[in-house]
Design a protein around this ligand. Structure first.
Ligand code: SF4
Length: 92
């Protein structure tokens, strides 16, 4: 069973920024990896997704959300899962 305890309460203010996302009408396949995606295809897909994010009016809100919820999949706020993991890793 999925652990959803990391997610905020289902209050409208936690979600309404998503209505303004530049990806709202885009293909989810651009933002989330299919099973077995090759590294070169992943790099191209993520670059295309990040281009959409670059012009998004809620990019910061999106990144904040992904970091706060420790979103493990997809491009959010112009970052890949690996980039977000690096942001969350304590500095050594
Ligand atoms: S920053 Fe990127 S993933 Fe987030 S809402 Fe905007 S376009 Fe979508």
């Amino acid at each position: 069973m999925a652990n959803i305890s990391r997610l905020p309460a289902p209050l409208l203010e936690h979600w309404e920024w998503q209505q303004l996302g530049a990806c709202r009408t885009d293909s989810p396949e651009r933002f989330f990896a299919p099973a077995g995606e090759r590294p070169s295809a992943r790099a191209r897909r993520e670059a295309a997704a990040k281009q959409v994010c670059a012009g998004c009016p809620v990019r910061q809100e999106c990144l904040d959300w992904a970091l706060r919820t420790r979103e493990p999949y997809g491009v959010w706020g112009g970052t890949s899962p690996e980039e977000r993991a690096g942001m969350l890793r304590p500095a050594s």
